[in-house]
Design a protein around this ligand. Structure first.
Ligand code: BYC
Length: 474
């Protein structure tokens, strides 16, 4: 069904045919807009921003581009087309028809998964609300706002499910999604990393690279769900998500490129000299990688998880690209898990494969991150330098899972808390690193101009030149 933009809430779910649901969502809509005004991007609500808006859910040509003031963005409800005769792709219900309604026995679990997913979306907007004040270019400012409005739409996607399928509990949860706030002492966001402020653009690119990519993998897992409306909404969210990760990986490639240019101009790889020239030295970027990668790994949940086994068995949450696996039951198989032995060493343990679903997804994620690091390392190698970015061991600096709270080095070898503390500033961004990165965060608002610490992008948005005025400040 086409998206109806005549409606107060644009949608392709024939909202007009369900007056009760429509009224409930129209009641929520002004609350969302209040939240956007209070917790969304500061200072830029009146600016004209060159944004894309979804106009269909087709793979090709789903977006239209145009100048929009953010509060007037047409947030709405878009689900991928329904696939006729779709069957459950994994777990104990394998091969049976998918569900168009929520089975009573899975109601609270599904609600919880949807709330957790939904909670991250406004959380990220809140984390990034001050970033517009220090954007390195208008191109990047526009990229930030595109991400922000789409995270707002992803909130709409989950709120639609809560309202449409979970009755009064769902409506209450939808209210709560606007009441919890990132970093709030009393009502924080649900998942740890979404409470960390993102106050500089290096962190923003790290976040869109590492954290949004967790989002991709979680959405891929939920896109397999037997609860068909959830699967369909996640399928469409994934098309929007791709651009967020694009911002992350091109952003980090551009930062690296600029650093290499400065190193070539100065004929040195001395980090202090690079900093004095106003670029970010490679070891500092590495420390940010160590921080954000380890923080994102926690978002996959514990390596050994009875929750994950239950989600898989029930058909609620599968593995990304479940169709690629030969066996969709994952019964009678084991997974070799490495965990701390409690004596400073590492022990092997075999756990049922279904309990290891979080770990299987995390491993696929790690491999994908590595592909991009390899590309950036090619950039560095071609520039003639020996430095190489690396991902730390997945055991490093974990707060969730079997390695939570265990001190390890970057290779994942258990070490004493004293040794860890002594190395902390070498492995993770120090106060001085953060202060330095912050010192570079000065807004650049002339079309086509870039801050000195980042190279321009290869091309502009939607065939426009890089120098286009992507944001017209009010
Ligand atoms: N922080 O068996 P366990 C995105 C809890 S990002 C705090 O290890 P499970 C985006 C867990 O709830 C993707 N608590 O984990 C990105 C459980 O509590 P209970 C967001 C955590 O359940 C950028 C206990 O620890 N989507 O979209 O298998 C911008 C033991 O649980 C954490 C989703 O996360 C944590 N990190 O898996 C914008 C998908 N990890 O039950 C957006 C929906 C675990 O003992 N969520 N816990 O009280 C899920 O699938 C699962 O909830 C998790 C956890 C994968 C997060």
């Amino acid at each position: 069904m086409a998206i109806d933009y005549q409606e107060r809430i644009p949608n392709n779910v024939d909202l007009a045919s369900n007056r009760t649901l429509q009224r409930a969502l129209e009641y929520w809509q002004p609350r969302f807009l209040n939240w956007w005004q209070e917790m969304g991007p500061t200072d830029f609500q009146a600016a004209d921003v060159y944004l894309r808006t979804a106009v269909s859910v087709d793979r090709k040509g789903w977006a239209s581009f145009g100048s929009v003031k953010m509060p007037e963005y047409r947030w709405g409800i878009f689900l991928a087309e329904r696939e006729a005769d779709r069957t459950v792709g994994f777990g104990d219900e394998y091969g049976k028809p998918v569900w168009q309604q929520v089975p009573g026995e899975h109601r609270s679990t599904l609600r919880r998964l949807i709330v957790t997913q939904g909670d991250t979306e406004p959380a990220s907007v809140e984390q990034q609300r001050l970033l517009g004040l220090t954007a390195p270019s208008l191109y990047d400012l526009r990229g930030l706002f595109q991400v922000n409005v789409e995270e707002g739409r992803h909130l709409w996607a989950m709120v639609y499910l809560l309202h449409a399928y979970f009755g009064r509990d769902g409506r209450e949860e939808a209210e709560e999604l606007l009441c919890r706030h990132s970093g709030d002492d009393d009502k924080p966001r649900i998942l740890g990393t979404f409470n960390e402020p993102i106050s500089d653009w290096l962190s923003f690119f790290m976040f869109t690279f590492f954290t949004d990519r967790d989002g991709k993998y979680q959405l891929m897992s939920l896109a397999e769900s037997a609860f068909d409306p959830l699967a369909r909404t996640c399928q469409f969210m994934l098309t929007e998500e791709a651009h967020h990760m694009f911002i992350g990986h091109t952003g980090l490639a551009r930062v690296t490129k600029r650093t290499l240019e400065v190193m070539a101009e100065l004929r040195t790889d001395d980090p202090d000299a690079v900093r004095r020239a106003g670029a970010i030295d490679l070891p500092t970027i590495q420390r940010y990688i160590n921080f954000w990668f380890s923080s994102a790994l926690d978002l996959f949940g514990s390596e050994s998880s009875s929750n994950a086994a239950q989600y898989f068995a029930a058909g609620l949450k599968g593995r990304p690209n479940e169709a690629q696996f030969e066996d969709h039951l994952a019964l009678g198989q084991v997974f070799a898990l490495e965990r701390p032995d409690g004596r400073g060493g590492v022990a092997q343990e075999e756990i049922p494969l279904r309990n290891a679903m979080n770990e299987a997804t995390r491993s696929a994620y790690v491999q994908e991150c590595q592909i991009f690091l390899d590309r950036w390392n090619d950039q560095i190698q071609q520039a003639g330098h020996g430095f190489r970015y690396r991902l730390p061991s997945p055991r490093f600096r974990r707060n969730i899972g079997v390695w939570a709270g265990v001190c390890t080095d970057l290779d994942g070898r258990p070490i004493s808390p004293e040794t860890y503390a002594a190395q902390q500033n070498a492995w993770l961004p120090s106060e001085l690193d953060r202060a330095f990165v912050h010192s570079l965060m000065k807004p650049v608002t002339e079309p086509g101009k870039m801050a000195a610490w980042i190279a321009p992008p290869d091309r502009g948005i939607n065939t426009l030149p890089v120098a286009y005025e992507y944001v017209r400040l009010a």
